[in-house]
Design a protein around this ligand. Structure first.
Ligand code: SF4
Length: 344
């Protein structure tokens, strides 16, 4: 049997009092000299209280890490249900544009000092969803991050490693959280902004009616028992923008669908929300994602994206990686906020 190599690091008490100052032994007493800064850092790193907050699949792994098998209590890590009592937020999951505002609000509500761990490739960079219109390409566009934990999802061991890393950063008083530093202008300039050159021929099928017939057609179907609107959606063909409707008769267990072909230059239709109440939301979605205008709609607002969003993401001419990139329009606000934090 060979002898085990001695790990010098293991002999060092990483979290012990020896790190905090000097013990001086004098006859009849022991004197311990340190600074309040060191004592506070020691207390902070030894009692991290993360917010119980998760966004997507990574959060499941985070929950497993918090559970009894891995026992984070031994690190002094005890989850809190309120941002007012938490000093750590672990961003575990995909950060969407709409959720970004809420994340920032929770972060602001946490008392200082506070720390952020970005856990998983979605929280770090947007990962697979990076170029989707609704996803923020990394939570460090929104709040400053102290530690990044890689993985999809990270294992509980990786989560624990991230927490230990954060403890080391706190105890060494080297906290230096950072925002994403990508040069926004170069991202916009370098990105392709061309419409696809070759138009693909897509065969069209189904029953088409003219825009003028839409209201009476919907009304007739409603009168004949098709009283449930299943959906309104659209398809962006190279030469037309087609809006597709489906209604259902619950009693007869039958569906009816029809389509209306529109010109890209003026995609407008009358609303059928006075006939089918559910059309109100479906039409808002068709407007939000495809830019179809419903002329007498009672509440013509976007439904999924912020009201100041530019363009309609499911249209073929919607260019990704341009100034319409997710979250870029409101990034300025965070730049200003970052400046404010710097000034204290
Ligand atoms: S990094 Fe992977 S596991 Fe985590 S939220 Fe994204 S897709 Fe899900």
């Amino acid at each position: 049997m060979g002898t085990q190599p001695i790990d010098e690091d293991k002999k060092k008490p990483r979290l012990g009092l020896e790190e905090l100052g000097d013990l001086i032994r004098v006859p009849g007493a022991n004197i311990f000299l340190t600074s309040t800064k060191k004592i506070f850092s020691w207390a902070e790193k030894s009692s991290l209280w993360p917010l119980t907050f998760g966004l997507a699949c990574c959060a499941i792994e985070m929950m497993a890490t918090f559970a009894s098998r891995f026992d984070l209590d031994r690190f002094g890590v005890i989850t809190r249900a309120s941002p007012r009592q938490a000093d750590l937020i672990i961003i575990a999951g995909t950060v969407t544009v709409k959720m970004a505002e809420r994340i920032r609000k929770l972060y602001v509500q946490m008392p200082s000092p506070k720390w952020v761990i970005a856990a998983g490739s979605c929280a770090i960079s947007g990962d697979h969803y990076r170029h989707i219109y609704s996803v923020v390409p990394g939570v460090d566009w929104v709040i400053p991050v102290d530690v990044y934990v890689a993985g999809c999802p990270p294992t509980p061991e990786a989560f624990m490693d991230g927490i230990i890393k954060l403890q080391e950063i706190i105890s060494s008083e080297a906290t230096n959280p950072h925002f994403n530093v990508a040069a926004i202008k170069s991202v916009i300039q370098d990105a392709p902004n061309e419409k696809p050159k070759k138009k693909q021929e897509i065969p069209k099928t189904g029953d088409y009616i003219s825009p003028d017939e839409l209201t009476s057609h919907a009304s007739d179907l409603k009168d004949s028992g098709f009283d449930y609107l299943t959906y309104i959606t659209a398809v962006d063909y190279p030469d037309t923008l087609d809006v597709i409707y489906e209604v259902r008769s619950i009693e007869k267990n039958e569906d009816r669908s029809w389509k209306v072909s529109l010109d890209h230059s003026n995609p407008a239709l009358p609303s059928i929300s006075s006939i089918f109440k559910g059309a109100n939301w479906h039409e808002r979605e068709a407007y939000d994602l495809f830019g179809v205008k419903f002329t007498d709609h009672p509440d013509p607002r976007r439904i999924l994206l912020p009201e100041d969003w530019s363009g309609h993401p499911l249209r073929k001419d919607y260019a990704m990686d341009t100034s319409r990139l997710p979250y870029r329009p409101v990034r300025k606000e965070y730049e200003a906020w970052k400046e404010m934090l710097k000034k204290g």
